[in-house]
Ligand binder design. Structure first.
Ligand code: DON
Length: 311
């Protein structure tokens, strides 16, 4: 493990924590509003599992949009590239993550990419399984294996809270149904329940850094040597992370930090230094575009100090 990281991480983290007050904890899913706004935690894992961590590392949080990266890869395993990209595009939008705007304006119904909500709901509809419970079970086991094997669980309160208030996501999903992106055989509420459940999988920063490590090593866990995801699908996921993993702040993050990352409205961020580290961050206070203010500040600091940018 890098000596500079071991020595300075606690200090860099505390300096970034000061940026939490610039953000607000998400409240559109009522249960998420209970998260501590001033929290900030990070775990950075190297290829033998050596880990350096700092801050609020025991905080549990739901994966929210971070889960979209892994459901995309599972949908690719189930359907191949042609099957997935028949339903969802490959381009960043520049719009908010829950925007409906381009759905109607361009190629009616086909979401621009798998990381905006409309695209992620379309991707979730492609996951194989004979019932919503079987699909959610497959997703949970897939995530668990990639996170190192320890049991993961769905936070039922967050799941129910989102399901009860998801008027925007319901509208998006019914619009997709109307435009036949969700096919005739697909029940909209079934797809939404699987989508809300994978967004509600609960995790901590150490488990998140292990998931990131598998992506940093192109789908193979460097600690066990086990291949979890085909390299090509990890390549697709990482490309989306770089282009639109931080939503309409992805360009700014790419310029400032230059590493693939994916954020969620719980304040989690999965990031990686390809071939070197997997990183998990949590900082529940979010900026205007839905990313953790303190978490983004910390990743940008680390990238600057340690020259992580891929560009
Ligand atoms: O669908 C939603 O609104 C949430 N379950 C996930 C959104 C999210 O995490 C966007 N992130 N920044």
């Amino acid at each position: 493990m890098n000596e500079q990281l071991i020595t300075h991480l606690p200090r860099w983290l505390e300096a970034s924590r000061a940026h939490a007050h610039e953000g607000k904890v998400a409240a559109y899913i009522p249960e998420l509003a209970k998260a501590p706004g001033n929290a900030l935690g990070i775990s950075i894992m190297g290829k033998t599992g050596e880990t350096v961590a700092a801050g609020d590392t025991s905080l549990m949080f739901t994966m929210q949009s971070i889960s979209k990266i892994f459901t995309l890869m599972l949908a690719l395993v189930d359907n191949g590239e042609d099957g997935v990209f028949a339903k969802v595009g490959m381009e960043p939008t520049g719009d908010d993550f829950n925007s409906m705007l381009k759905l109607e304006l361009v190629e009616p119904g086909k979401p621009f990419n798998p990381l905006i909500n409309a695209g992620a709901i379309a991707v979730t509809s492609l996951i194989h399984g004979s019932s919503p419970a079987e699909k959610s079970g497959r997703v949970l086991r897939y995530f668990q294996d990639i996170a190192g094997g320890a049991p993961l669980a769905i936070n039922e309160e967050v799941y129910r809270s989102e399901s009860a208030t998801a008027h925007r996501n319901r509208s998006l999903a019914y619009f997709l149904k109307d435009n036949e992106v969700l096919g005739e055989e697909i029940d909209v509420e079934d797809v939404l329940s699987v989508y809300f459940q994978h967004c509600s999988i609960e995790i901590n920063v150490e488990q998140l850094s292990r998931m990131a490590l598998v992506l940093a090593f192109n789908g193979t866990d460097p600690i066990t040597g086990r291949e979890h995801i085909p390299r090509r699908y990890v390549q697709i996921a990482k490309t989306f992370m770089l282009m639109c993993g931080m939503y309409n702040a992805s360009g700014e993050f790419a310029i400032r930090a230059g590493i693939p990352a994916k954020s969620g409205v719980s304040g989690g961020i999965l990031a990686m230094v390809p071939g070197i580290y997997g990183i998990g961050v949590v900082g529940p206070a979010l900026g205007a575009k839905g990313n953790s203010t303190a978490g983004v500040h910390l990743l940008e600091t680390l990238s600057g100090q340690l020259e992580w940018s891929m560009m």
